[in-house]
Write a protein that binds this ligand. Sequence first.
Ligand SMILES: [Zn+2]
Length: 690
Amino acid sequence: MDAKALTEETYHLILIMKKITLLSLLAVVACQSPTNEAEPNATAFALDNLDTNAAACEDFFQYTSGGWREANPIPETEVRWGEFNKLAEANKQKIKVLFEEVTKGSYEKGSDEQLIGDLVTSGMDSTSRNERGTAELSSYLEEVDQVVSLEELFALMARNKFAGISGPISVYVSTDAKNSNAHALYVGQSGIGLPDRDYYLKSDEESAQLQQKYRDHISAMGDLLESPIDAQEIYELEYALASAMKSRVEMRDADARYNLMTQVDWQNLAPSLPIEAFMAELSLFASGPELATEEVVNSSPEFYSRLELVLATFDLAVWKDYHKWHIIKGASSALNDALEIQDFEFYQKTLNGKPKMNPRWKRVQGSTGMLGQQVGHLYVKRFFSEESKAEVEQMVENLREAFRGRIDQLNWMTPETKVKARKKLDAFTYKIGYPDTWKDISDLEISKDSYFANMKEMQHYFTKENLQKLDQPVDKSEWGMGAHIVNAYYNPLNNEVVFPAGILQPPFYNPDADAAINYGAIGGVIGHEFSHGFDDQGSKYGPDGNLENWWTDQDKSQFDSLTERLASQYDAYEVLPDVHVNGHLTLGENIADLGGLTLAYYAYQNYKSTKEVAPVDGFTDDQRVFLGWAQVWQSNAREEYLKNQVTTDPHSPAQFRVSGPVSNMPEFREAFGCESGNNLKEEGTEIIIW
Ligand SMILES: [Zn+2]
């Protein structure tokens, strides 16, 4: 469901996810035949959560979560807190127990238990970590000192890519968006230390203060390493990189991101950029020093064109300081307490408003993301029931059937395009729970000794694994997320929806709840992921996961005008005084929320068919579909976090994930008997996309 879960995933996963442009968050489970239909459990939706002073038709978010929000203040170690986070927290507690077990036992080298146990042991060993201090980073910084040319520096940056250190050139292997059975080498824009280019480009007073705090942070980190670096110069270089970047909204455009070019064409964009020196270090080839491909897919040619000027503006000394800063930044959670605290002070407290650092066990657990497959394996062995897998499978098919019905009745789409949409919908595959086969990484070297060395070893292992895929066929059975993760995604390149075991629990799927609640919650999430295949970007991919146009011009233009109206609606939403949702950044997610809740509603209608369902706690079953969706989004958030979210997160803040979709649903108006309401569109003006 959101960016937070993603950041806890590993570097390796992030590489994959970058390609999953619509990766979503959310999702999950379902219920085919809720068990206690006759006597639903009252806690399926607790009435205490309501704010009965608010009216459902006026402010459905406040109405459904006002009581919850009063009773659930944000813990000091969190930036936002909701039902979603509570589930994620419960999962962390379960994994904590698993980790405590594997750190105590003795296991075969290379087994999941050995890898995780030794990694966690090294991370929890605060005595050794503090004794070593920052000494293990010294050789990295000394290497930079010895560099005498830009060519050498970029070659070093490429070698340090294997240590997880980022720079201006982003390179990774992923499925070729125009040939989904093969891999392509992608290059893109990167290399800034603030979360988005907009943090550099804004000039209001609050932004200027934040920029100063960032420079102070760079200096403080340099001081801790006893490695003087010029924060002002580094900032100016990053500012120039940020200015060269395309915006997040521009980067969402799947067509604009696909620019197949030769390495020579790439070089011509930035003649002074040492591309050859950089690429030569990457060993993108199983055998020999030549690139396995001479072509790259460049997601931001604009960035490389503008980089030429950046290269001419800054001298080698600044570039060297810049790279040192990123070496230090990349190691901030793997060395001593002093570094970790300083990093927390800026990235968590200042940028996101988090008052207090998480305990060590949670920080170390967060750093096991690169072993996500192995953690997921331990998790499902202990905590996942095959029964829920079967139930969710049935729910997914019910949602697909509802989507077929929606496509058939659309009045804005011609029969010709409907046939194509159906074809894509029928081709959707799904993964539920956990992978059929578990990946063997028993040759990974992890020991109880050095946490820092373990982190570098994993970065190296998974970066190499990613690059070596270039000349291998695509393994469509691969998972982009650990099975324990409370999240879900749609991958347009596989045309698949994926629901890990972690999210198949309340509030998403509650076996004790009435069917209407489960359809609104889990059903809404499944519908959300399906709808990503038909959002403004997902709809550019065909049934086989290739970027190809299956629309007539007329239908495409109808679709675009509907989605533009939705973008305008969300642009008007005010999160804080003068802070608005970015309707184009969040467009894909907002289409998926609207589509998801609509599909959930109709899947429920199919499910109950002609049965009469008695009200529960005074709410009709149709009303409870909407309560189920709203319950997932009950939450509080810190102001700093919200400001960060609207700049960087493709998901709208929780309140608009509730009020946005219901405002466009005549089905909601009817269920609650609304004649009018602040949150509702005038009758007949609703934006109905799917
Ligand atoms: Zn999504």
